[in-house]
Every structure is written in C-alpha cells, then in structure tokens.
Write a protein of this length. Structure first.
Length: 120
C-alpha cells in the first residue's frame, strides 16, 4: 500500500546506488525503515531492538516483520508506530505471510504460528 501521493519502499538496511538511486534490503540491521519513492527520504525508522532477517509484509495500513530473537511486530505504515508485538520464543528467520486477516509465520522451534481473529 502506498501513502496518498507517494510510493513507499520498506527496507531494513539501505544503501544508495550511485547508478539507480534506489534502496535495497540487507539482513544485518536492527531497524525497519520506510522510504518514499518520490524523494528517497525516510518516512520513519523503527528500532526493533534485535537483528531482523525477515522481509516486511505490507497489509493494508500495517507492516508486519519479525526479529531473529523471536519477536513479531505489527507497525503502522504511515508512522512506524508499534501497534502490536508478540514474543514467540523461538528464533525467526522466515518472513511472515498475511492473508484473510491472519498473520502466519514459522519459527525455528519447529512450529508455525497463526495470529488473527477467531472465527465463529
């Protein structure tokens, strides 16, 4: 999802390419950052407090990602403000999947976790 009038790029570690002026992701940062496509300026940076290997998933107006120590985050796309977090306990190197209002992610403890509203 893009903010009104802006393209948004999400990356965890960025480098500016002299040829393309683009950002790309790396896996060693402890931060999640949203960049505008139009200007390349950072919209926000979220301090995850640990190494992030997973790729971010944008779902509506939220961004979902995990840090390797087992914490799953949901932050607002517009501000990077933490909306929800859950400590899984096992290490996470996988990226989350989001569908039908649910977040699914695997952990190195051998389990697959699903978060969302309970169906009646």
């Amino acid at each position: 999802m893009a903010l009104p009038g802006q393209g948004v790029f999400l990356t965890f570690r960025h480098r500016r390419s002299p040829r393309t002026a683009c950002s790309w992701a790396g896996a060693t940062s402890r931060f999640a950052t949203a960049w505008t496509g139009a200007t390349g300026k950072a919209l926000w940076t979220f301090a995850a407090g640990g190494k992030v290997d997973s790729s971010p998933v944008v779902a509506g107006d939220q961004v979902v990602f995990a840090r390797t120590t087992g914490r799953l985050y949901v932050v607002s796309l517009a501000e990077g403000r933490e909306l929800w977090a859950y400590e899984i306990g096992g290490a996470i190197s996988a990226s989350p999947a989001v569908a039908a209002g649910r977040i699914v992610i695997g952990s190195e403890d051998g389990a697959v976790y699903c978060f969302g509203s309970r169906s009646k």
